[in-house]
Design a protein around this ligand. Structure first.
Ligand code: PGA
Length: 255
């Protein structure tokens, strides 16, 4: 059974200095020590991976994540960061297919490649999926179904335990907290995703995969989202840069 809640902090292109990154992660680490029921993955910009890694090195419940990964043969790819480099930086998790990356370069095929290669190399993958908009025809189910099916169909059994699926409706990202997805709608989507994954990979395998929600989560709305929404954790952008708020939220997840 999946018990520990997983919180993923996606810092995007923040903060603006290594001192700022160190300050945020130090404050979180110092006060997070005793949380037994929650795991935190922090995904800073590449340039601050090392800074964050140094602070969390002895932590048992904070892990380093990357916001993306490049896959391709050899090392002649100017400006890219591949799996070997991420592992050298002590990265354990990688976000794949975040909507802000799908919006520019990442097709479903590229996302699948990034997911597979990263899993094969021993990284844990947070596969991000989510519809661009919702309408009364229920197109969001088709969109999410396609993203998940394209990625996980024929996924080798031994890699499944290192996969996390983050459902992030694109229209709910970066909005005021009142515009996050409603918990009952999340509940329906979480059931849909679990059924879909169960149909593709089998009912025993789906138990190994954590399902997260992301999109305008704050310290004020997280509880209802996670409890009524029936998910195993949260992917948090802006609120994860405010240590006090993030800590309050994680404290609220302790049993
Ligand atoms: P947000 O970002 O929490 O600021 O909406 C979430 C995300 O994009 O992962």
């Amino acid at each position: 059974m999946i018990d520990k809640k997983l919180i993923v902090a996606n810092w995007k292109m923040n903060p603006q200095s290594s001192e700022g990154a160190k300050k945020i992660i130090t404050e979180i680490k110092n006060k997070f020590k005793n949380f037994g029921d929650v795991r935190l993955v922090v995904c800073p910009p590449f340039v601050f991976l090392n800074e964050v890694s140094k602070v969390i090195v002895s932590s048992k419940n904070i892990f380093l994540g990357a916001q993306d990964v490049f896959i391709g043969e050899g090392a002649s790819h100017t400006g890219e960061v591949g799996i070997k480099l991420l592992k050298a930086a002590k990265v354990k998790y990688v976000l794949v297919g975040h909507s802000e990356r799908r919006a520019t370069l990442d097709s479903d095929e590229i996302v699948k490649g990034k997911m597979l290669e990263s899993l094969k190399e021993g990284l844990k993958v947070i596969l991000c999926v989510g519809e661009k908009e919702r309408n009364e025809h229920g197109n969001h189910y088709h969109e999410v179904k396609k993203q998940i099916s394209d990625a996980v169909t024929k996924l080798p059994r031994k890699l499944i335990k290192n996969l996390v699926i983050a459902y992030e409706p694109v229209w709910a990202i970066g909005r005021p907290e009142s515009e996050a997805l409603k918990p009952d709608e999340l509940h329906e989507m979480a059931i849909f995703i679990k059924r879909l994954v169960s149909d593709i990979l089998g009912p025993r395998e789906v138990e190994k995969i954590k399902i997260l929600y992301g999109g305008s989560v704050t310290k004020n709305n997280f509880k209802e989202i996670i409890e009524k929404g029936n998910v195993d954790g949260l992917l948090i952008g802006r609120e994860s840069l405010k240590p006090e708020n993030l800590l309050e939220l994680m404290r609220g997840l302790e049993r």
